[in-house]
Design a protein. Sequence first.
Length: 661
Amino acid sequence: MKLVPFFNLSDERHSGRRTTVFLLIFPTLLLCIGLTLKSWVIIDMSLLPRFLFVDLLILVFTIIRFRKVKDHSFTFFDLAFILFIAWNLISSSWATCASEALMQSSLLFLSYAIYLTISSCIRTDARFETVFTRILMVVLLYSFILAFITINSLDHYNPYRIISVSANNNLYSGFLLICLPFAFSGYARESKFWKYLSLLVAVLSIFFIIIVQSRAVYLGLFVSLVISTILVFARYPHVLTKKNIITGLAAMILLATGVGIFYSCLDNTRRNYFLSKIPVWAYFRSYDDVNSEKAERYKNTTGKLEKMASFDFSEDYYENANLRIIFWKKSWGLIKSNPVAGVGSGNWRIAVPSVPDPPNPDHTFKNYTYSYPHNEWIGILAELGIIGFILSLFIFIIPVGTVFRKIIMDKATPDISVLFYVSFILGFYVFASFDFPLKRIEHNVILFSAFAFLFSRVPLRRISFHREDAKTQKGIRTMAISLRLCAAAVNKNIATGFFTILLGFSAFIATERLKGEYYTLKMFRDERVNDMNVIHLCGVAENAFYHLTPNTLPLAWFEGVAWFRLGETDRALNAYRRALTCTPYEVRVLNDYAVAYFQMNRVDEAKSLMLRAYRIDPWFDDLKFNLAAVYYFASRRDSAVFYVNSCRESQKKRDYLRELK
């Protein structure tokens, strides 16, 4: 049996072998560990461990290899990326919580570092793309195995439980979407074993995209495939050979068979839900229409719920879409109030509760917390304003448009892999319009690696700063000097030391936040069980780079609740004040802060805070019960009854009304 090697080392000299082995180790560690690492001792099991590992890996690569790296062509993409990172960092000066802006800036810097490192590897060894793609195919196969194991472990099929290597089902689908161009490129470029393995991975990727049922990815996949198909017929007819057509038909039959077998294994209830997600246009429904349909469905299933699995009636398939629309409309309120500079990088989740319209009745009722707008482009505009959004166009949109123009207009078409990369990057952008993939490490590793491979085949125009360049001479002299320094720093490795320092600083931030999440998870386990331990753990978890838990609640609030339960109201007030510096619009903090004031007979201050919270979220029932108590003790029974009557139906509401009679 003949083995299929990753690299053929037989003709390499000793130094060449050393380079080859190193460039084999780097993508292996990056993809096998950087995309799959998890830790169950922190809250967000994947983000920070992967962030730290990839950061340290690139740091080691930079220290070992920077002297042998060839000059990097400094383009408008690089310039825009550097300015975009700088703008994110500067925004920490006006952000409500500077630590979140620093974390987001570090994530962007790491993304750019991935792009630079992969570009360096491509220039060092032309075979790097082949090795990278092969290792990625193996990692994807591993992710499919995890997904199948998850499916087999479920009592009933639930697409929301298939997470594999990503944090949730939507992000896993998006990860498969951005990996697809590598599989298609592998089929186009490879031969024999790796060629058909790449095709198998492509088929399995689309299979899981279908069964995981992320409608945002459905849209992205549709856009990618339509663009690829049209341009293949228009610009790459030579690839439509008899062999490729037969192989493509066989792959579609295999995919259809797999989906058919999967569908046949579902019970009738899940088949109906599976089919209900196929018409993607039904994703965009009004909140009122969905609620009326929900009420009608419950009415029709009364007495029959025992025949349905719990997830079928606890998860509304249209609810997420409506919540996204609420987030987008609230984001527009932030954009209008901060159009130029935004609210600060990473601070959308802190500032968005300040926008009262449209209301979100389920925010506190279902204990929802605002984390992301589920639209990367709206998020950029809200957090970084028009300036940040314009810079992002030069990173994400204009380079893609430039490549499409070259595919369509140039007489000599680029390699077919260029079409796959650019088409699926655009489809990934469609997906990013409904989720937050750029906040996850696995997506950024693959996306910016795709950029590196894309620009290695279709180079962007290099920024030149020669004195004889008439355009430069006509420009602003100060800007020209600055750009020359940036280009020199990248091309001559002047910035290597600074780059290394920034990688080290990012690793330090990740370590501090890892420590924070580790102790926060311990604190969650002791909450309302051991108050003194909660206070201690909050103090250990909180640091200069970590104030908020992943669900946007400040650590100081948990500390304040513990002090209040112990009867230490003064200390509770101090903790609540610190909490409000991080989240000034969090109604749960405002409510508990007001209750502490009321406990100290500072009624006017308590009522003022409660009314402030009521204006932010008039649907928060706990707050309204407390307001009713304040007005009741002030002998204003009518006002107390008003607030209680506005609460949702519950036993607590009935008890309050009985007491007010």
